[in-house]
Design a protein around this ligand. Structure first.
Ligand code: C2E
Ligand code: MG
Ligand code: MG
Length: 698
């Protein structure tokens, strides 16, 4: 197809050129205009001659002239450049000048102007608004960065550099500059977060990392940003964002983290941190085909409570601190210790290859804790009990290992403290049994499986009986008789002792009243109490045993306050708790007599006897057991009896099994005897029978 007919419509090529959206011009190499199209001349209000005389640069905005001259100088033969072109009214419009050098005898530049004034103005306005929002962001104290992703240019605002102490010349405008100053531990996550946003998985970018300051310190920064333009394939072109200095917040968080995971007194890891460490350790080891063994040691200081009570809490704290230091000093680099609370520590031995090695470590710990502690002017001795469980032999999970170490510790304590014990399957069985009993015990009371037996307490001088001790019995439906020595501790640990104790008290009281009517007007039944009943949480003095057992309620309704007396243990007095002392004294003021049970097995402090008004002490059967003529056991009993009488207390000897014991105790001045020699604990009717027969026989 030929364009000739089309072209023939136009009278001249000039007319053709005016139809182009561009303006066309021709310049000599000296930048002298040779040809300028009519429209362009009209726009600038100059004739061809005038323009030729003035020269090309004269029609440009003075600020753009240098740029123009440089562009022509570049010798590439091509030119593309924005500049402002003068208008007839003296204003300027932005044009895009494009030209090509036409070689020849007299080379020249053939070029066009395209009016880009509108685009350029909006671009400039945008640049203005760019600086506006950057300014706005900076005023919040944040630094601003502006990243031309594909061009590899990143501009940092002044504030952005200031945060880290850099001056403008210190950091080149490339993204690598800050990447290189990012903490190596934080870099990978930062790049992952960035990639997530680049790929569109995250709608914006957000990461906290550390950046190296000019002075060599690190600052925590929250970096947030967003891609604001992408190319046709969705790849990011430009991304803008901010840096917020969060060093103060992170420092505070680190402090809180540290405090929440360390024991304030000793600075050791606390339960939480130790568990986290052990969990991580177990995860790592369990992943190995042949897990490397490790040991968990529960360490419990023996007699810490006594130190705390007698020397005060400051001394107790000092002791714990020194104990913590000694334990730490015994450990290797792969071991760890944490304070679990009170006087309990947990040790993780990371490098034990055998049970013997764990035992050696345990013994070492025990030895180090057995040495004297100097607390102010006092020298104090405590010992330690240790329970050991081994990974993976005794358990693979943290719960199991802890439970088993605890069971082993329980054995060490039961076996007389100051020793270590291992977890064994038998322990596990015993623990399971305890759990079963705890469950079954719940239905024991409502199902009528609990009842009381009564053991007479005999006046040694004349063999008369006006007292008996109520002893609890549990007839288990399938396991048969279960000793109170077994189930009372369980009831204590589950809290069921509160209901059971109340039931015992009420039952014994009813029985005592009945016997007062049928047997002797002064008959008295003593009832055992558990320390737990006095210490029940949230009960306070008023709501403690005094009312839980119904004692005070009953006292209000009944005049025979001395029909029931209470037996307490030394452990209760050791506590030194005001609430306990208060309850004891209110019971006593109400007229209830108090006996101190199992005397001689605990701390046996005379101070306690003086502090708390006690009526009767019951010498433990382990003393009575060993008495023979001239024995130390007898000497001890004599001393206790003399001392008790001195303080106005009466004395009961427990566990009297032979006639000889009874007569020796009588000679020693003991007031009462209780034991198989006289009678076992009997059901109520049987005891009544026994008493009647005895009265008849006497
Ligand atoms: P306990 O209060 O020291 O009671 C004396 C224990 O010694 C009783 O054991 C009794 O049967 C036993 N016994 C009595 N005479 C002799 C003897 O001549 N030789 C020997 N070897 N033992 C003798 P039982 O009934 O097994 O009670 C054990 C412990 O359980 C009691 O020791 C007491 O601490 C506790 N207990 C019993 N009933 C209750 C109760 O109702 N409440 C509380 N909290 N504890 C109770
Ligand atoms: Mg008793
Ligand atoms: Mg006793």
């Amino acid at each position: 197809m030929s364009y000739r007919p089309l072209l023939s419509q136009f009278e001249s090529s000039d007319e053709l050129l005016t139809l182009l959206p561009q303006q066309v011009w021709l310049l000599s190499e000296e930048l002298k205009p040779l040809y300028v199209d009519a429209e362009m001349l009209a726009a600038c209000g100059l004739s061809m001659e005038q323009l030729a005389q003035l020269g090309w640069p004269a029609a440009l905005h003075p600020d753009d002239v240098t740029l123009l001259l440089q562009a022509f100088d570049q010798q590439t033969g091509e030119l593309s450049l924005d500049y402002r072109w003068r208008q007839a009214d003296g204003s300027y419009r932005w044009v895009l000048a494009r030209a090509r050098r036409v070689p020849g005898e007299r080379p020249a530049w053939l070029g066009t102007h395209t009016d880009i004034d509108q685009r350029k103005s909006s671009e400039l306005a945008l640049q203005d608004s760019d600086s506006l929002w950057k300014l706005a962001l900076e005023s919040s104290g944040d630094g601003v960065w502006d990243w031309y992703v594909q061009a590899g240019i990143e501009l940092y605002s002044r504030r952005c550099l200031q945060i880290y102490g850099y001056d403008e010349g210190d950091v080149q405008p490339t993204p690598e500059e800050f990447d290189a100053r990012t903490h190596p531990d934080d870099l990978a996550q930062m790049q992952r977060d960035r990639e997530d946003h680049f790929s569109g998985r995250a709608s914006s970018y957000r990461n906290e990392h550390r950046i190296l300051c000019k002075d060599g310190s690190w600052k925590w920064v929250l970096s947030r940003g967003m891609v604001i333009s992408r190319d046709d394939e969705g790849r990011p072109l430009r991304m803008v964002g901010t840096h917020t200095d969060i060093t103060a917040r992170r420092t505070h968080e680190a402090l809180v983290w540290h405090q929440s995971r360390h024991d304030a007194l000793t600075g050791l890891p606390n339960r939480t941190l130790l568990r986290e460490r052990l969990e991580a350790e177990l995860r790592e080891r369990s992943a190995q085909p042949q897990p490397r063994p490790m040991a968990v040691l529960f360490v419990d200081l023996d007699h810490f409570k006594e130190v705390n009570d007698t020397l005060g809490h400051d001394a107790g704290d000092a002791l714990l601190l020194q104990a913590a230091e000694r334990i730490q000093a015994s450990l290797g680099p792969r071991d760890a210790v944490g304070r679990m609370g009170g006087d309990e520590f947990t040790v993780l031995l990371g490098e034990v290859s055998s049970r013997t090695e764990a035992e050696q470590m345990a013994q070492q710990l025990i030895d180090s804790l057995a040495r004297a502690f100097t607390l102010g002017h006092e020298r104090v001795f405590v010992s330690a009990s240790v329970g050991i469980s081994l990974f993976p032999e005794h358990g693979q999970q943290i719960e199991t290992l802890f439970k088993h170490a605890d069971q082993a510790l329980y054995v060490s304590k039961g076996a007389g403290r100051n020793r270590y014990s291992h977890f064994t399957p038998e322990l596990q069985q015993a623990a399971q049994m305890r759990m079963r009993l705890a469950t079954d015990l719940r239905s024991a009371l409502p199902d009528g499986q609990l009842f009381l037996h009564y053991q007479p307490i005999v006046r040694l001088s004349d063999g008369s009986v006006s007292m008996a001790e109520a002893l609890l019995r549990w007839q288990h439906p399938s396991l048969g008789d279960i000793s109170p020595a077994v189930f009372i501790p369980i009831a204590e640990s589950t809290g069921q002792i509160l209901q059971i104790g109340a039931w015992v008290f009420n039952t014994a009281q009813a029985q005592a009243e009945a016997w007062r009517r049928s047997l002797r007007a002064d008959f008295q039944i003593s009832v055992n109490t558990s320390p737990v009943e006095f210490r029940a949480p949230d009960r306070g003095a008023r709501n403690g045993l005094a009312s839980s057992s119904g004692a005070l309620k009953w006292l209000n309704a009944c005049l025979q306050v001395d029909a029931v007396s209470l037996e307490i243990t030394e452990g209760l007095l050791l506590d030194n708790e005001p609430a306990v002392a208060q309850q004891l004294s209110s019971l006593r003021t109400a007229g209830i007599q108090i006996s101190l049970d199992d005397f001689g097995t605990g701390y046996s402090s005379l101070a306690y006897l003086q502090q708390h008004s006690i009526d009767v002490i019951k010498i433990d059967k382990s003393f009575v057991n060993g008495i023979g003529p001239g024995s130390t056991g007898l000497a001890l009993c004599k001393a206790i009896i003399a001392m008790a009488h001195e303080m106005g207390l009466r004395v009961v000897a427990e566990g009297v099994e032979t006639e000889l014991q009874a007569s020796l105790l009588l000679k020693a001045g003991c007031d009462y005897g209780q034991g198989y020699w006289f009678s076992k604990a009997l059901p109520a009717e049987a005891l009544a029978q026994w008493l009647l027969q005895r009265d008849v026989a006497r």
